[in-house]
Design a protein around this ligand. Sequence first.
Ligand SMILES: *[C@@H]1O[C@H](CO)[C@@H](O)[C@H](O)[C@H]1NC(C)=O
Ligand SMILES: *[C@@H]1O[C@H](CO)[C@@H](O)[C@H](O)[C@H]1NC(C)=O
Ligand SMILES: *[C@@H]1O[C@H](CO)[C@@H](O)[C@H](O)[C@H]1NC(C)=O
Ligand SMILES: *[C@@H]1O[C@H](CO)[C@@H](O)[C@H](O)[C@H]1NC(C)=O
Ligand SMILES: *[C@@H]1O[C@H](CO)[C@@H](O)[C@H](O)[C@H]1NC(C)=O
Length: 462
Amino acid sequence: MDSCLRLEDAYKRKLQRIKVKSVVTDTFKLGKSSTTRYCKFPPLKFVLLFILLATFLTFLSSPNVCNQNRTSRSVSRQHFVNRWIWGSASDTRYISNLEIKWDEILTVLKKIPSENKIKAIGLLNFNEREIEQWKKLTPSANHHLVLQMDYADKNVTWESIYPEWIDEEQEEELPKCPSLPDVEFPRKRVDLVAVKLPCRNEGNWSRDVARLHLQMSAAGVAASFKGNYPVHLVFVTRCFPIPNLFTCKDLVAREGNVWLYRPDLDALRQKIQLPIGSCELALPLGSSIERDDNSGKTQREAYTTILHSANDYVCGAIAAAQSIRMSGSTRDLVILVDESIGDHHRRGLQSSGWKVRTIKRIRNPKAEKDAYNEWNYSKFRLWQLTDYDKIIFVDADLLILRNIDFLFKMPQISATGNNGTLFNSGVMVIEPSNCTFKLLMDHVDDIESYNGGDQGYLNEIF
Ligand SMILES: *[C@@H]1O[C@H](CO)[C@@H](O)[C@H](O)[C@H]1NC(C)=O
Ligand SMILES: *[C@@H]1O[C@H](CO)[C@@H](O)[C@H](O)[C@H]1NC(C)=O
Ligand SMILES: *[C@@H]1O[C@H](CO)[C@@H](O)[C@H](O)[C@H]1NC(C)=O
Ligand SMILES: *[C@@H]1O[C@H](CO)[C@@H](O)[C@H](O)[C@H]1NC(C)=O
Ligand SMILES: *[C@@H]1O[C@H](CO)[C@@H](O)[C@H](O)[C@H]1NC(C)=O
């Protein structure tokens, strides 16, 4: 699929929602009109603030999980000026001045099981001296393939990959992502791909086109041969690789600035098929979406929400549960609540279908005491729902008007655009994992959220 559904900010576009709703119904060909559904909604005793349906018109693929457009190969060939030239002219965006500690590399390489013999190594973004070192360090490998790629055009910026607006109805034009040139795929199957990544010494290090491009290229090489055989990736970098692409459960070892991953190739392939950022639709409007594949995976998928610090959203959560059931979804409904939610309210939640789980809320160490967003980091507890492989998180004040089970097919993090290059954390596809939870918790002291809430923080991580 080469386009992605863009989910607009649930809060900003609510006025346009009714209008957009029919477009969704038409384009997804879901039989019954959602307007009819909406009208048949049972009388609710409260007024719900936000309506979700239209937001899925514009569901965005994960911020960092993107496609190298297959056609870009031909495009990139036209840019021979940009050609990777070893040891001489280089594009500073791609350069990492990190001094490699070769003993760290040796240590992580020892973690590769001996039955996974490393016969061919692909090397990306190392200079000549470093390539010689690799050869000395891994004499038992038969091939050291120096991977070649073109630099991205200078005008490809983070903002051009994550535009705030695209013509998702394709009225005037077909949204198109800027091309990131393909790496030249090796003819030989490589067992290990090593890549050196820049990490800018500033708050913005993760929003870096060259860094993204190099990781996409490494993933592309790793997944370029058919089958699900063991391939390892080594990243040499100060900052953690994109968690959407290389999940921490695939992290085999880390030593200082050297990270060793063994990704699941099928999952990786799915991700690199998706468009980059928010510049194209991941699910074409008008494509028919299967409602449910009954693949047996569904037991490990759930809708989730969270209530912390106050009872304010209990009624909203009850309505949200009802709306999910009315959309025809049979997935589990799981609600996380902290001790501030009393028994009376819990019983109400339960009878509306939520499985209630009690959590300890998480304080944002940078928030002021009693601030409205002091406890918003409690949302990170969603990643601890490890009895599920995938969850769709919805804020407790949302109503689901149309079945959105198809989103369970999207990888973490799929979310809606907010403003600028940011996504909205009100609806997210999440893959629970204890180590991702730990990753989130490990950085609460050093990563600052622009709004003190979970949204700003999650946008720095993913
Ligand atoms: C960058 O410039 C090229 C022409 O040099 C143009 O074709 C392309 O659309 C531009 N890309 C962006 C993202 O502006
Ligand atoms: C981060 O990057 C954006 C553009 O990508 C820029 O507008 C912003 O000023 C940068 N912020 C910092 C702290 O460097
Ligand atoms: C998004 O909006 C928030 C507040 O509305 C603002 O603080 C932030 O700088 C904006 N971010 C971008 C990237 O435009
Ligand atoms: C995640 O951690 C919890 C304890 O915090 C544990 O009960 C659970 O089994 C762990 N999940 C996995 C998949 O290891
Ligand atoms: C924090 O959580 C509260 C209560 O759930 C919510 O009202 C508020 O909008 C959230 N704030 C941010 C910045 O996420």
